[in-house]
Design a protein around this ligand. Structure first.
Ligand code: NAD
Ligand code: DAU
Length: 337
């Protein structure tokens, strides 16, 4: 089976490729990635000589590259995207281009090449924001209400994917997952930014009052969910994938990290809030549990300890990433080095 993975040099995509080749060693993986600031081939160095893996440096918006790599593909797993909300506030156009236009180029090519499955990776952010006070959750039937340029561009891509199913019969599935964390996550995102800052003895910037709630999903649990959807998911269906945290806010997340690293709460620094900051996300993942038998393997704290250990043991990886462009971004976003 030939699987085309887009965005496979990023955080979730690279974890997915490593997971897939370990669990399905007979399959062929082609990784198409533009290598933006977020793409890093170091993540995949352990498999670079695997004869069932190949890398193509290219942009999903580029029809000629996409048509070339799509040839003979059985399954597309589409991760490639601009993924960071704060960057989408600084520069929305990159997000519309990669996330909306790029997805449409892939869909056209998948249709032309008669792929057997097109799985699109999306986000719970398309559903908008929940109130802190109420206990409601997002599910597959929740109406879309994206509130950041990133979320709006992902919503646009989801609509296109569904339209290609309805209009042309392209065999698609979609998953909308919550906040991932784990190895190889770019340290612009909250958890790896916190861990790596603390390992450098720097404070952790917490937006606003810190009482924002996210639903945390360990990346390997996410990869297992995608595997099950590819194996048993129904064509045209959407699956929500969330973690085992129950309404844990950003301050509580930081306090857990501080405790594990043996640091004090003086390492928290409250900073200016994100514009349009979504208050609370919570996902109801009973559909994928009941229909496909998926659930997370461990709770948040266990996966968090494992993640912190990984960043402790892989300091070269994140120290390299935190050079160059990252420094400029950090200064612009936080006003400090
Ligand atoms: P990431 O930013 O770490 O990686 C994105 C990858 O896509 C990078 O390797 C980048 O080089 C590549 N890419 C970007 N634009 C491209 C283009 N035009 N052509 C080819 N490659 C391109 O992102 P991630 O966190 O791994 O997220 C992967 C997917 O999962 C995204 O679609 C994102 O919207 C979705 N998602 C992420 C999370 C999360 O918590 N990280 C949660 C829900 C959904
Ligand atoms: O919900 C899924 C989404 O999760 C994905 O679709 C996105 O690709 C991914 O980036 C993530 O979006 P968030 O905006 O929720 O993640 P982020 O790590 O940027 O922020 C998590 C929370 O932490 C959020 O409430 C903002 C807050 N935060 C973030 C940063 C970077 C801070 O308080 N300080 C920070 O420095």
């Amino acid at each position: 089976m030939k699987i085309l993975v887009t965005g496979g040099a990023g955080f979730i995509g690279s974890n997915f490729i490593l997971y897939w080749l370990k669990n399905h060693p007979g399959d062929l993986i082609v990784n198409l990635d533009k290598l933006t600031y977020a793409g890093n081939l170091e993540n995949l160095k352990s498999i670079k000589d695997n004869k069932n893996y190949s890398f193509v440096h290219g942009d999903i918006c580029d029809k000629s590259v996409v048509d070339r790599v799509m040839e003979g593909t059985d399954i597309v797993v589409h991760f490639a995207a601009e993924s960071h909300v704060d960057r989408s506030i600084i520069n929305p156009s990159d997000f519309v281009k990669a996330n909306v236009l790029g997805t449409q180029v892939l869909l056209d090519s998948a249709l032309k090449n008669k792929v057997k499955k097109f799985h699109h990776i999306s986000t719970d952010e398309v559903y908008g924001s929940l109130k802190l006070e109420d206990k409601s959750t997002f599910n597959e039937r929740t109406s879309y209400n994206p509130r950041s340029p990133y979320a709006a561009s992902k919503a646009g891509s989801d609509h296109l994917v569904r339209a290609y199913y309805t209009t042309y019969g392209l065999p698609i599935t979609i998953s909308n997952c919550s906040n991932n964390f784990g190895p190889y996550q770019f340290p612009e995102k909250f958890i790896p930014l916190a861990i790596t800052n603390l390992l450098e003895n720097k404070k952790v910037p917490v937006y606003g009052d810190g009482l924002y709630v996210r639903d945390w999903l360990y990346v390997e649990d996410h990869c297992r969910a995608i595997d099950l959807i590819l194996e048993k998911g129904n064509e045209g269906e959407t699956y929500c994938i969330g973690g085992l945290t129950e309404d844990i806010n950003n301050l509580e997340v930081i306090k857990k990290i501080l405790k594990i690293l043996g640091k004090g709460e003086d390492m928290i620094e409250f900073v200016k809030d994100r514009p349009g900051h979504d208050r609370r996300y919570a996902l109801d993942w009973s559909k994928i549990k009941n229909e496909l038998g998926w659930e997370p393997l461990y709770g948040f704290e266990e996966w968090l300890r494992k993640t912190i250990d990984w960043y402790k043991q892989n300091q070269d990886w994140w120290k390299n990433v935190k050079r160059g462009e990252y420094k400029n971004y950090y200064k612009k976003q936080y006003g400090t080095e």
